[in-house]
Design a protein around this ligand. Structure first.
Ligand SMILES: Cc1cc2nc3c(=O)[nH]c(=O)nc-3n(C[C@H](O)[C@H](O)[C@H](O)COP(=O)(O)O)c2cc1C
Ligand SMILES: [Mn+2]
Length: 484
């Protein structure tokens, strides 16, 4: 199950009662934020603003629930994707004809991975080399203290200057004027790395960039995936949707963008040119501080005639990005388990805004294992940002934050079981001693072993016996209580 484009996704959401059209005029200056915030906090639908003071309608909260994330990725449960990934990771050499036949569907699944270069597509219905302006789009001014209007759901394409490999990342873009924006790729992200390497090579003065706003949901979602640099987001999108992503060449550079995109901004970043960006009401629930970032100069806009402007807001959790992040947590667990097989489950609760807290359950079999897992996570891609890691035993359901708090707090001797480490910190962290650098905390809340120097006895968790439970199930009903 895949969507041709964003419009197909909107139709599916509408068909399932998951989308509300709003024909009233609503202002992209703060008002749409208030709508979107109320809707997500109330478990409400995606919102399609038909009159956001612009000829271009605006879609928001399209991914803002578990159910809509499932619709977006064409599954009835995100775990299906994790199972598909585990299936590939567990691939064995076929032992006979039957095994070989069983492999065939997997091979055809792999075919979907490779993007397809096409000659043209809907994103080229209108091509403007001159006379365009971002003022024609309903770009949100999200929160009162924001530095301006921000494009919040852009897929930013760049190329690795050495390997030529593509990257697609979602980095917000502050509007400076009709043809200019900021480019908020943080230090640790791939776009920033391409920029640094191109600048260091000293041969070019500018870096070509293409930005797609709005695409089929799996492709759009792929822009936020914390993939290793060598893995192409667009290949992963093909895997997710089970259909190759069609890519089309830009008008002004060799970069490619999804042919089904709604709006494409083509242009460049001048190497060495920085400008103040922010503040911005961020997904931490605080304003992230203003800082210097590269400047994106738009040279050409291509778009559909009837383009939809895709947006999101971030702010005090839970917001739409929480549901996108939860899907990432589920999809990446099997990949994490290939390196850390003792990991049973992980959870990034909404209050931890991804990087502040990760709860991990492990099957512990040797001394120091919880600490090994913490350090491995601090060394694992974007999981390096995890400010607090709490490791618990496998019997603890990490999806149940109150169970984790109860058991972890019982299990720790704080001085013994908490360790601090120094390292890279998420750029959005406002408390670290320096921007991007500070301390992290690991909590070993697992059962302590004798081999770890713990010589006292360790008690069991209280549980009623199964036999008594069964007996009381019956008595409970007979006493007039509703059966559980
Ligand atoms: C709504 C939304 C907005 C985001 N904005 C930014 C941003 O402004 N800067 C940034 O570096 N990362 C931002 N991210 C996170 C990146 O998209 C994410 O870290 C991604 O994996 C980066 O891809 P890369 O590893 O290819 O650079 C945002 C994520 C979401 C969901
Ligand atoms: Mn990447």
């Amino acid at each position: 199950m895949y969507f041709e484009d964003l419009h197909g996704f909107v139709r599916a959401l509408e068909g399932k009662g998951e989308l509300k059209r709003i024909s009233l005029t609503v202002d992209p200056y703060l008002e749409i934020t208030e709508f979107a915030d109320r809707a997500v906090k109330a478990g409400g639908p995606a919102l399609l603003f038909e009159n956001p003071k612009s000829a271009t309608p605006l879609l928001i909260n399209a991914f803002a629930s578990k159910k809509r994330m499932e619709i977006a990725l064409g599954v009835s449960d995100i775990e299906e994707i994790a199972t598909r990934i585990s299936g590939f990771l567990a691939l064995q050499q076929p032992q006979g004809l039957l095994d070989k036949l069983k492999l065939l569907p997997k091979i055809s699944e792999l075919n979907a991975v490779f993007p397809k270069r096409v000659g043209s597509g809907p994103c080229k219905e209108v091509i403007q080399h001159t006379g365009f302006s971002l003022d024609d789009l309903p770009i949100l001014h999200c929160w009162p203290g924001d530095g301006g209007r921000f494009i919040t759901l852009p897929m930013v394409f760049s190329r690795d200057p050495d390997s030529g490999k593509r990257n697609c990342g979602m980095y917000r873009m502050q509007v400076f004027d009709g043809q200019t924006t900021g480019m908020h790729w943080q230090k640790h992200k791939q776009g920033a790395e391409h920029y640094r390497r191109l600048a260091a090579a000293g041969k070019e003065t500018r870096m070509p960039i293409a930005v797609a706003i709005g695409a089929d949901p799996a492709t759009l979602f792929s822009a936020i995936l914390p993939l290793p640099p060598a893995i192409d987001e667009i290949m992963f999108a093909g895997f997710l949707r089970g259909k190759p992503v069609e890519m089309v060449k830009c008008e002004t550079s060799d970069l490619e963008v999804p042919a089904n995109a709604e709006i494409v901004l083509e242009g460049h970043v001048n190497l060495g040119e920085l400008r103040r960006e922010g503040p911005f009401g961020d997904h931490t629930g605080f304003y992230s501080l203003d800082d210097d970032y590269p400047v994106f100069h738009i040279e050409c806009i291509t778009r559909r005639k009837k383009a939809l402007y895709a947006a999101t807001i971030v702010g005090p959790p839970p917001m739409e990005d929480y549901y996108m992040g939860k899907a990432i947590e589920r999809i990446f667990l099997p990949l994490m388990q290939t390196q850390l097989p003792e990991v049973r489950d992980i959870c990034m609760p909404a209050e931890g805004v991804f990087h502040n807290l990760i709860l991990v359950s492990i099957r512990k079999s040797y001394p120091g294992q919880a600490r090994k897992v913490m350090h491995a996570i601090w060394g694992l891609g974007q999981a390096m940002f995890s400010k607090c890691i709490v490791v618990v035993d496998e019997d603890v359901d990490v999806q149940n934050v109150s169970e984790v708090a109860w058991k972890a707090l019982n299990n720790i001797d704080p001085e013994r079981d908490i360790e601090f480490s120094l390292g890279p910190i998420d750029s959005l962290d406002h408390a670290s001693r320096l921007p991007n650098y500070g301390s992290k905390m690991g909590v070993d809340a697992t059962t302590k072993f004798k081999t770890e120097g713990f010589t006292r006895r360790w008690p069991n968790v209280i549980q009623m016996s199964g036999e008594v439970k069964e007996r009381v199930d019956d008595l409970w009903r007979r006493a007039g209580f509703a059966s559980r």
